[in-house]
Design a protein. Structure first.
Length: 256
């Protein structure tokens, strides 16, 4: 899953979606703030349904905000010339996902910027902890990037109203704009990191097998797990690893 997110591997993403269940994905998307109609099709996991930047922004804000969905507002306060608050709009929040699940996803999305399709963010000098995702339609008519730090989330979309071909990917077109804006918006603000909630554990796992790393499998990455879901078995250097382990469980269930 990490590799699929970091490298935007469509086939892997669709397979994960089918195993998760498209209905589950739709219900989660709606809980996160997506209001547009969503079709029950496997390619929904690739972003084939047209959505507005505001919807995408609310959904990612919910992930960034530990599973708490913000209700967007256009005017926060109305202030007179003396600085008195005439009218104030209260911020509304709703719980949409567990903080542990939101943090695990943020931890994965950090890899998109550090090692994946959005690595140019680092090359352009943005060195704050950040998570995000590039997006490009198959015909190059739309280019997206949405990314966030612990302090701020922003989203960039480029395209033509007439749906002409842009002929640029999300990393080529949207990413530089996002990076320039975030560098300016955050300025000299002190850096902070994404803080894990209670119930999160970190383990170094072998990149190929997904099992705990050791001297036999030194190519490792530190992953965040919801406590109780972390791998217990160490990598042996054999092929198959956690995939082989999962297949064993499914075969056992089929026999039962």
């Amino acid at each position: 899953m990490r590799t699929a997110l970091e490298k935007s591997l469509n086939a892997s993403t669709v397979k994960i979606a089918q195993e998760t269940g498209i209905e589950n994905i739709i219900s989660t998307a709606k809980a996160l703030g997506i209001e547009s109609p969503l079709q029950n099709i496997p390619s929904i996991a690739l972003g084939t349904i047209e959505l507005t930047p505001l919807e995408i922004g609310v959904a990612y804000s919910t992930i960034a905000n530990s599973g708490i969905r913000p209700v967007p507002i256009s005017i926060k306060d109305v202030i007179d010339k003396e600085g008195n608050v005439i009218e104030k709009k209260a911020l509304e929040m709703e719980k949409a996902a567990s903080p542990q699940a939101a943090f695990v996803l943020t931890h994965l999305l950090k890899g998109v910027i550090d090692n994946g399709t959005a690595a140019a963010v680092r090359q352009m000098g943005f060195n704050r902890p950040a998570a995000g995702k590039t997006g490009t339609t198959s015909d190059y008519k739309d280019a997206w990037f949405v990314g966030y730090t612990p302090e701020l989330l922003s989203i960039v979309w480029l395209g033509f109203d007439q749906k002409d071909v842009l002929n640029l990917s999300g990393s080529q077109a949207a990413l530089p704009i996002w990076t320039d804006f975030m560098k300016s918006a955050l300025g000299n603000l002190e850096k902070s990191n994404f803080l894990p909630p209670q119930g999160i554990v970190f383990k170094k796992v072998d990149r190929k097998s997904g099992l705990l790393s050791n001297s036999s499998c030194p190519d490792s990455v530190e992953e965040a797990f919801i406590e109780g879901t972390e791998p217990k078995e160490e990598c042996s250097g054999e092929k198959g690893g956690i995939i082989k382990w999962f297949k064993g469980i499914f075969e056992k269930k089929e026999k039962e």
